[in-house]
Design a protein around this ligand. Structure first.
Ligand code: 13P
Ligand code: SF4
Length: 303
């Protein structure tokens, strides 16, 4: 193990800290993490942690979500530069306008939004539960943002009118995975099963046998009888898949890289633990409103 890795593990234990990492994190970050998961799993996990210091290796909105759910704990992100560009596409002021334009229409926000916008949502979802939540809402018309591809996927799954806000919000990493790229991989590996993230365009999703969140794809690969998979999402997930399923083969989309996720590295993780930077802070009123909306969403799923 590298010296930096050793020091991270030593310091983490000494300080009683927990490292949470998203499935897209660099391999070396995944290797030192206590828990790796998709957005939903990381939120749930953050609440079960008994330690008071959480170092979140993921992008801004994910660390914010952990802070919202754990107001009494110190939540750190190793660099403030790890920003999800899609989360910035639906700021609070814009959401206020859509609310005025569509009075009475329930607003469902993808977890990939900032806390101040989330405070105006009726429900908050991740890619793992978006369709399930929308299917249970007592309305056939839903405002959904900021990912128009996920909105389209939810509309397909639920048969409801899902209005994307903004109309063409997207994640550039998934949007730019061209169907032809996937098609070429299918031709090269006709025995492979294709899995895709719902942030992909409809044309790309149509080529997949299975569509799901990052961890849902991981679970699907474990349960499937197939031995080979084309993984249509950010490339980082393939490291975890290959590590946990060494007897299976995973083919990534080589160009699908979220540079923001990759801004977290061993050096800034070590510094984060040493200096306890950068602390995630959310105003208590905003945090409380978001927490209540998350509780409301969970209750809807329990019905
Ligand atoms: P998951 O919740 O599926 O891990 O996705 C998060 C994300 O940002 C996908 O781009
Ligand atoms: Fe945001 Fe896309 Fe990166 Fe996910 S892959 S964190 S949606 S930019």
């Amino acid at each position: 193990m590298s010296d930096v890795k050793d020091r991270i593990i030593e310091l983490k234990e000494k300080k009683g800290a927990v490292i949470l990492a998203h499935n897209y994190q660099l391999p070396e970050i995944q290797d030192v993490a206590d828990f790796i998961g998709d957005s939903l799993e990381l939120s749930v996990k953050s609440e079960k942690i008994e330690k008071d210091l959480i170092v979140f290796c993921g992008v801004d909105f994910m660390a914010e979500q952990a802070k919202v759910l754990n107001p009494g704990k110190k939540v750190l992100i190793p660099t403030k530069a790890a920003l999800c560009p899609m989360a910035a596409l639906l700021p609070r002021w814009l959401l206020e306008r859509y609310r005025e334009q569509y009075p009475g229409v329930p607003v469902v926000l993808y977890v990939n939004t900032h806390a101040d916008a989330k405070a105006l949502a009726d429900y908050i979802v991740t890619s793992a539960n978006a369709a399930d939540v929308v299917s249970r809402i007592d309305s056939d018309r839903i405002l959904f943002g900021p990912d128009a591809n996920l909105a389209d996927y939810v509309a397909e799954k639920t048969g409801k009118e899902v209005i994307p806000i903004p109309p063409s919000g997207h994640c550039a990493v998934h949007q730019t995975i061209a169907p032809i790229e996937v098609q070429e991989l299918i031709e090269a590996h006709p025995d492979a099963e294709v899995m895709a993230h719902p942030e992909c365009t409809r044309e790309t999703r149509k080529l997949a046998h299975y569509v799901g969140s990052t961890s849902q794809m991981l679970r699907h690969a474990k349960e499937s009888g197939s031995k080979k998979f084309i993984v249509v999402t950010e490339k980082g997930l393939v490291y975890r898949m290959q590590k946990e399923m060494p007897d299976k083969t995973f083919i990534p989309i080589e160009t699908a890289i979220c540079t923001n996720m990759k801004k977290i590295n061993l050096d800034n993780l070590l510094r984060s633990l040493q200096e306890e930077i950068y602390e995630v802070e959310i105003g208590p009123d905003i945090a409380e409103r978001v927490r209540q909306t998350l509780i409301k969403t969970r209750k809807l799923l329990e019905k």
